[in-house]
Design a protein around this ligand. Structure first.
Ligand SMILES: Cc1ncc(COP(=O)(O)O)c(C=O)c1O
Length: 385
């Protein structure tokens, strides 16, 4: 039987996942410093409010709207502010689905999107599954991460249809600076490219620089088509609700929304309960975010205190988001280091190579990890690095 070449050649787990599965099957302890599922990280969720939001009377009626229920879109527009309107939005079941719709909208098979890297590793597959290619363009680190705008411009070809940035980025935590934003939108306008900006972490600024662009919605009239992606999975720490959205601005926005609605109409994948619950769940977002931010800050403080005893190790600034990059002497490759740590100490950390860090010498830790696990994990792992 023939199978699409868009799929991976094999589904073998990588060595770290394999080791993890073996450890868990053997009942051995794992101190998971990569925890990124907020519903399994010990937060205090207002259960009654969440249950009641998800069981509104309107969930008994099916009122299909390919753009998404107007009441949900209005609540999202009000949440974001900056002049966003309900008609600028299209609802999706997740940001992943948002990317799939946008790649269908923007590209033909073998077209490319440029992705400043390191970045969210899923882009490779999300593009490939649409028959497209996500081409990484390395950012560089000098006191903070910077987009390499010259390299981005040089990478544009007749196949390029868009640039995809994450603001703040995962896993580097980098916010776009206002200067980068201006140069990036100018580049996209000049080269006829769309700009996709993933702002799922934009509410989680931690050590943002003075010129950080906290949200690209500050720009009401961008010179290029702008597609902003976000959703409840990070904004309200509710990934299980499965509600994301795309906000569209810039030249041709109304036409792009019409085409996106056509695409979404083929699937109609957003559930009635997620749409009905959106206004109430968004109202809970500030208090859930406050809990998450307390966790992120507490873990960052614990990391700094632990690093003081290990001068060979350091961390990079965390302008925002849920991850931190730990820098270590690159005496062994990142993946080998992560495997050794897991084997010797039971501590699970992600190798920087999983996120296309430009060189060995980085581990990625999740600041969402429950604090006691994070501290114990650091105490075991740092002396072995
Ligand atoms: C940059 C980025 N975008 C999107 C997502 C996931 O969003 P969703 O659950 O809406 O697909 C993640 C999850 O880690 C992420 O890191």
């Amino acid at each position: 039987m023939r199978r699409s070449s868009r799929l991976p050649d094999h589904f073998e787990p990588n060595p770290l996942s394999q080791l993890l599965a073996e450890r868990r099957a053997a009942g051995l302890e794992v101190l998971d410093l990569t925890a990124s599922n907020p519903t399994a990280c010990g937060f205090d969720y207002p259960e009654a409010e969440i249950r009641s939001a998800l069981s509104a009377p309107s969930v008994l009626r099916y009122a299909a709207d390919p753009q998404g229920a107007p009441t949900a879109r209005q609540a999202i527009a009000s949440y974001h502010g900056h002049g966003l309107r309900a008609e600028d939005l299209l609802l999706t079941a997740s940001t992943s689905e948002g990317y799939a719709l946008l790649f269908k909208l923007l590209g033909n098979p073998s077209d490319e999107v440029l992705v400043p890297s390191p970045s969210y590793p899923l882009f490779d597959w999300l593009a490939r599954l649409e028959g497209m290619v996500a081409r990484p363009v390395s950012s560089y680190f000098h006191e903070r991460w910077h987009l390499d705008l010259g390299a981005l411009e040089a990478a544009v070809s007749e196949r390029t249809c868009a640039v995809v940035v994450v603001n703040p980025n995962n896993p580097t935590g980098q916010f776009l600076s206002k200067t980068e934003w201006k140069a990036l939108t100018d580049l996209c306008a000049r080269r006829n490219l769309a700009l996709l900006v993933d702002e799922v972490f934009s509410d989680y600024a931690l050590e943002a620089a003075g010129d950080a662009l906290s949200t690209t919605l500050e720009e009401r009239d961008p010179p290029c088509p702008l597609f902003l992606l976000s959703g409840l999975s990070k904004i309200a720490a509710l990934p299980q609700v499965k509600l994301g959205w795309i906000a569209v601005r810039g030249p041709g926005a109304a036409d792009h929304l019409e085409a996106l609605a056509f695409l979404a109409d083929q699937y109609l994948s957003v559930s009635a309960s997620a749409q009905a619950a959106a206004p109430a769940l968004l109202a809970l977002a500030p208090s859930l975010q406050a809990q998450v931010r307390r966790r992120l800050r507490a873990n960052l403080r614990a990391l700094d205190a632990s690093l003081a005893a290990h001068p060979q190790l350091s961390r990079l600034p965390v302008e925002g988001g849920w991850s931190v990059l730990l820098r270590r002497p690159a005496l062994e490759g990142d993946e080998a280091c992560a495997c050794r740590l897991l084997r010797e100490t039971g501590v699970l950390a992600h190798p920087g190579s999983f996120f296309d860090l430009p060189a060995d010498g980085h581990l990625v830790l999740s600041l969402l990890t429950p604090e006691t696990v994070f501290r114990e994990g650091l105490a075991r792992a740092l002396p072995r690095l």
